[in-house]
Design a protein around this ligand. Structure first.
Ligand code: AGV
Ligand code: CA
Length: 312
């Protein structure tokens, strides 16, 4: 049986690789894609998404919608530039013009339309902020019945998150920090949520051994694409910095194709929307239940995404 999936991403290297990997999963039917200008600039992220579908989407017709959502706390510009680099890769520009269509409605409306048109429940994969989902739920509460579950890369219950910004205490994860109100709105729904938080993504940093293993297989087009993309971002070498790259979104996506890569447990949580801890998700017995992904089999994970990427 095929799993119906809708992806909303924010144009980072691991967001675009997530799109690529979803297209490689035989058991997944990708119904649509939304792109939100959070950890990216919109134009190159839209182009790169459409080119990835052209090149690696096996001829499927999937439309890509641009988001009109704006966040409360902008991402650092250096990170947002990554989408320009992916979009410029020769591997994505060999067969222009682009065939994959851009939707003529904004991403949150595209999500509503896709859900309403689907006869079966749809799995939502959100690997950026939740703004478009929150707006969709506010505008069309009926769509909740069409959502199988939400897999979200976001949040953490660790003491230290990954936000290092003035006027913040560092306890939040970036996707939650970009739009804390959106997290609250989604938390108030009854959607089942798998939370791929920093607890598990911290276990999958980009390291040199992984990069080198992709380099050794670069004759394969898909593995070369992985290697080229992950050449753009800083790996973990001597110690972790604020820029160190993890496979945050790719882990989230991998759980859709192979759920036994991770362990989950149910916890109750709230989100902070005001003050110095904005975007912090916190355990609270009165909070809403989420399935927290707290452990990952690292070796199996890297093996899975590498095997999935191979084109021959
Ligand atoms: O917080 C992780 C989220 C993921 O969706 N993003 C990157 C992933 O796409 C923001 C982020 C946190 N630290 C970063 C990020 C870094 N060092 N570089 C780029 N983006
Ligand atoms: Ca992302």
């Amino acid at each position: 049986m095929t799993k119906k999936v809708y992806l909303n991403h924010d144009g980072g290297v691991d967001d675009l690789i997530s799109l690529f990997l979803l297209l490689q999963m035989e058991e997944v039917e990708l119904l649509g894609v939304g792109v939100i200008p959070a950890d990216c600039y919109l134009e190159p992220a839209m182009y790169a998404s459409r080119k990835i579908i052209d090149r690696f989407g096996n001829g499927e017709e999937i439309s890509v919608a641009a988001s009109t959502s704006r966040g409360k706390h902008p991402f650092p510009k250096d990170w947002r530039m990554h989408a320009f680099l992916v979009d410029a890769l020769p591997i994505l520009n060999e067969f222009l013009p682009i065939k994959t269509k851009e939707a003529n409605i904004p991403a949150h409306k595209h999500l509503i339309q896709t859900l309403r048109q689907s006869e079966e429940p749809v799995t939502l994969v959100f690997v950026g902020p939740l703004t478009d989902l929150a707006r969709a739920l506010e505008e069309a509460p009926d769509i909740e019945a069409k959502i199988e579950k939400l897999a979200w890369m976001g949040g953490t219950f660790l003491e230290t998150g990954n936000v290092e910004e003035p006027e913040h205490d560092g306890s939040a994860e970036w996707n939650a920090f970009w739009d804390p109100e959106a997290v609250k709105t989604v938390w108030e729904s009854n959607i089942e949520i798998d939370l791929v938080a920093l607890e598990s993504t911290n276990m999958v940093p980009l390291t040199l051994d992984v990069r080198n293993s992709w380099a050794s297989e670069r004759k394969d087009l898909g593995i070369d694409f992985l290697g080229q993309c992950y050449a753009m971002v800083p790996p973990l070498v001597h110690f972790q910095t604020n820029s160190t790259y993890f496979l945050w979104d790719v882990l989230t996506t991998a759980t859709i194709g192979k759920s036994d890569l991770v362990k989950k447990k149910q916890v109750n949580s709230i989100v902070h929307t005001e003050g110095k801890s904005q975007g912090r998700t916190e355990l609270s017995e009165h909070g809403r239940p989420v399935n927290l992904v707290y452990e990952v089999n690292r070796d199996q994970f890297f093996q899975y995404i590498t095997d999935l990427s191979r084109q021959n």
